[in-house]
Design a protein around this ligand. Structure first.
Ligand SMILES: [Zn+2]
Length: 250
């Protein structure tokens, strides 16, 4: 009997289930705790709200105070979602509060600011996702990355396992949540004349996540140059949304 039950058990445990509310909340909690001190220093006290009415968004941090993060129960409908796939979207939301310039006014005439969409993405890959990933998990997830993607990432200056895992998880989240295909071997060639504050194309977002993963040193946090030649070796923010003139004027 044992030799029948064991393969059956293996089959059952390998099947990817959707996440539970507790799973989702535990990931948000660890993301929040990882940046708790920085948030308190900025007087950001975030109230968590579990909801089934987050418009079209799965996760959204409120504009204005009191600060709220709304997490949609639609996240429980994704069959292949894993806890690690949530790091990217929770880190993005924190990026609006902790990502630094370029900023967007929360309301016209209001002096409070939040980081623009591209900067929230850059922060997610540069400062947040890596903090949530223990070394053992990095090694595990690294095995999922295809050889083509590993080569493509190396070409873009993303050479360490940690960098590649952050880029890979970002790509997975983008594709899962937007339904759009994005490529590690391509980039968005669009060039902005001023920083674009709103949500960027999926490919432009992937370019930003990869750049953020490459540029993980705290020292060049305010690196003010774009990748004018479409090279990512220094982790500069891509020109599909970022323009340095808006940093220099802050
Ligand atoms: Zn956002």
């Amino acid at each position: 009997m044992k030799h029948i039950i064991f393969p059956l058990l293996l089959l059952v445990t390998n099947f990817t289930h959707a996440l539970t509310k507790e799973d989702v909340m535990s990931v948000w909690k660890s993301t929040h705790i990882a940046f708790y001190e920085e948030l308190i220093k900025k007087n950001e006290h975030i109230k968590t709200i579990w909801t089934d009415t987050v418009d079209d968004k799965l996760v959204a941090v409120s504009k204005g105070l009191p600060r709220e993060i709304k997490i949609s129960n639609r996240l429980l409908e994704f069959e292949n979602l894993r806890k690690v796939d949530l790091y990217n979207i929770f880190c993005h939301e924190l990026g609006h509060l902790l990502g630094g310039p370029p900023y967007l006014m929360e309301y016209p005439g209001d002096l409070r600011t939040i980081s623009v969409e591209g900067q929230a993405d850059y922060f997610a890959a540069k400062r947040c996702m890596g903090r949530l990933l223990p070394g053992i998990q990095v090694n595990e997830i690294y095995q999922e990355i295809s050889e083509d993607d590993r080569i493509g990432l190396r070409v873009r200056g993303c050479e360490t396992r940690r960098c590649q895992v952050i880029a890979h998880l970002s790509k997975r989240s983008l594709e899962l949540f937007t339904g759009e295909y994005v490529s590690i071997l391509e980039n968005d060639h669009h060039v902005v004349q001023r920083t674009y504050p709103y949500q960027n194309s999926a490919q432009c977002r992937l370019d930003t996540f990869i750049a953020g993963a490459v540029s993980s040193s705290e020292r060049n946090y305010y690196l003010a140059f774009t990748n004018y030649f479409n090279q990512f070796s220094n982790g500069q923010r891509p020109q599909c949304w970022f323009h340095p003139v808006d940093i220099l004027s802050i």
